[in-house]
Design a protein around this ligand. Structure first.
Ligand code: CU
Length: 116
C-alpha cells in the first residue's frame, strides 16, 4: 500500500514537472566578419535556449558575460549549446576572439523577458 502511494506521488510530481517544463527555443546564429546574424535574440525567462552557432570565414566566439557563456566556433565546425534563461534582463554578447580588429565590432544582445 505504501509503495502504491509512493508511485502515485511520483507520477503526480512527474506530471507537474512536465506542465511547468519551459519551451525549448532553438536559434541559429551565424558569426562572420564582422557581425552576428541575427544580432538580437529574445526569449522568455526560464526558457531553455538552444543555440547553434556557426561561421564560414574565421574563428569567432559568442560570449555572454551575464550568463558566463563563451563558445568558440571554427569554420565548418558548428557548435550547439543550451542554457536556461533563468535571469531576466538585457545581456550584451560579443566576439572575444580579437585576432582581427573587426571582431571588436561584433555585438549582439540577448533579451530575456521577465516571467509574468
Ligand atoms: Cu570574431
Amino acid at each position: 500500500m505504501r509503495a502504491l502511494l509512493l508511485i502515485l506521488a511520483l507520477a503526480a510530481a512527474a506530471s507537474a514537472a512536465q506542465d511547468q517544463s519551459p519551451t525549448a527555443k532553438p536559434f541559429s546564429i551565424r558569426a562572420h566578419r564582422y557581425a552576428f546574424a541575427p544580432a538580437r535574440i529574445e526569449v522568455n525567462q526560464d526558457d531553455l535556449v538552444k543555440i547553434e552557432l556557426r561561421t564560414d570565414d574565421i574563428a569567432h566566439s559568442l560570449t555572454i558575460d551575464g550568463y558566463r557563456i563563451a563558445k568558440r566556433v571554427g569554420p565548418g565546425q558548428p557548435v550547439t549549446f543550451e542554457f536556461r534563461a533563468d535571469r531576466a534582463g538585457t545581456f550584451p554578447f560579443y566576439c572575444s576572439l580579437q585576432i582581427e580588429d573587426g571582431c571588436r565590432q561584433m555585438r549582439g544582445v540577448l533579451v530575456v523577458r521577465p516571467r509574468p
